[in-house]
Design a protein around this ligand. Structure first.
Ligand SMILES: NC(=O)c1ccc[n+]([C@@H]2O[C@H](COP(=O)([O-])OP(=O)(O)OC[C@H]3O[C@@H](n4cnc5c(N)ncnc54)[C@H](OP(=O)(O)O)[C@@H]3O)[C@@H](O)[C@H]2O)c1
Length: 294
């Protein structure tokens, strides 16, 4: 099987690169900027046609949630138009596209975990641009799998785990938001799931693969609870013990509004693709093993 990935250095793209190094069954290609750029449709079309993949995976996006509030045109150019270009280029080759989307398409007012049929109502430019991307992908390629994920972390890239570890090494006390609930999701787990899904969709497209599927870690929690797990695990390896103070969203104003609850149910992922994600403890332990040494 041949898989072409847009991007190479993002959390998910880099996790796919690591998976590629260990997987001799799949031949991966990675589109790197500036040669392959979401803002340059021809570069995307050429790269996909030249690689002749069985599946295209698109984790590339404008992901700066707060900055998007002041750069809506760029966010939409990448997350809506770029996403549509990738999906259309895959359609031109008669192959499926696996596209990454976000929990921030929801407004957070639901109690409990969101399922795929729940109404969307994004509260930020980023969320609106990603929702527009979902619609563009679905319109451009009937063979689309849209994977909504959430709270992504990895041993590399910009993410909450690395930020908390850095702050914990600099300070004795940290204030962390305790009234937003979501599902932390480990990028290497996303990469494993994508490989499984790609194998299925390339092996014979089924109409029920099409549409949105949630793909998120199985343990919902607040940012504060996540920070506590990170600092406790780090302390158990000899890191500094620090005090965490739970605060509310209103104590930590940001440019973009985030959903108070964006738990995602991954039941459909298991039912349709037979894929499940490991518990947080296992994934976070792996992440800290890599960041701090075992
Ligand atoms: N991070 C999260 O917490 C989170 C939560 C929910 C959903 N998601 C979604 O999950 C997906 C993967 O997120 P991530 O955390 O891996 O993102 P990330 O680490 O911020 O990486 C973004 C990726 O987008 C690529 N990119 C940016 N501008 C580009 C352009 N003009 N042309 C081509 N590629 C471009 C980057 O390319 P380079 O490789 O060249 O840097 C990089 O690979 C995204 O669709 C995101 O919206 C993320």
């Amino acid at each position: 099987m041949r898989i072409y990935v847009i991007g190479a250095e993002g959390q998910v793209a880099r996790s796919l690169r690591e998976a590629a190094a260990a997987d001799k069954e799949i031949e991966f290609g990675f589109g790197r900027r500036p040669d392959v750029d979401l803002l340059n449709a021809v570069s995307i079309e050429r790269a996909i046609a030249a690689f002749r993949p069985d599946v295209v995976v698109n984790p590339a996006a404008y992901t700066a949630v707060d900055k998007a509030e002041s750069e809506p045109d760029l966010a939409f150019a990448l997350n809506r138009d770029g996403a549509g270009v990738v999906a259309a280029a895959a359609a031109d080759q008669g192959i499926p596209v696996i596209h990454l989307s976000t929990d921030y398409v929801f407004d957070g007012m639901k109690t409990g975990a969101y399922v795929e049929s729940d109404p969307v109502n994004p509260q930020s430019v980023y969320g609106r641009s990603k929702l527009a991307g979902e619609l563009a992908v679905a319109a451009a390629n009937p063979r689309h799998v849209i994977l909504r994920t959430s709270w992504v972390y990895a041993p590399f890239g910009g993410n909450f785990v690395r930020t908390i570890l850095r702050l914990a090494s600099e300070r004795d006390r940290l204030r962390v938001v305790n009234d937003q609930v979501g599902c932390p999701t480990y990028a290497p787990d996303i990469a494993d799931a994508i490989r499984g899904i790609a194998g299925r969709v390339a092996g014979g497209w089924q109409p029920h693969y099409a549409g949105v599927t949630h793909l998120a870690g199985p343990d919902p929690m607040t940012w504060y609870a996540f920070a506590k797990q990170i600092t406790d695990l780090a302390a158990s390896r000899g890191g500094r013990s620090i005090l965490l103070d739970p605060i509310s969203t209103s104590d930590y104003p940001t440019a973009a509004v985030r959903p108070a609850n964006s738990q995602l149910s991954s039941a459909k992922l298991a039912a349709v693709f037979d894929v499940g994600l490991p518990p947080l403890k296992q994934s976070l332990t792996d992440c800290l093993d890599r960041l701090l040494g075992i």
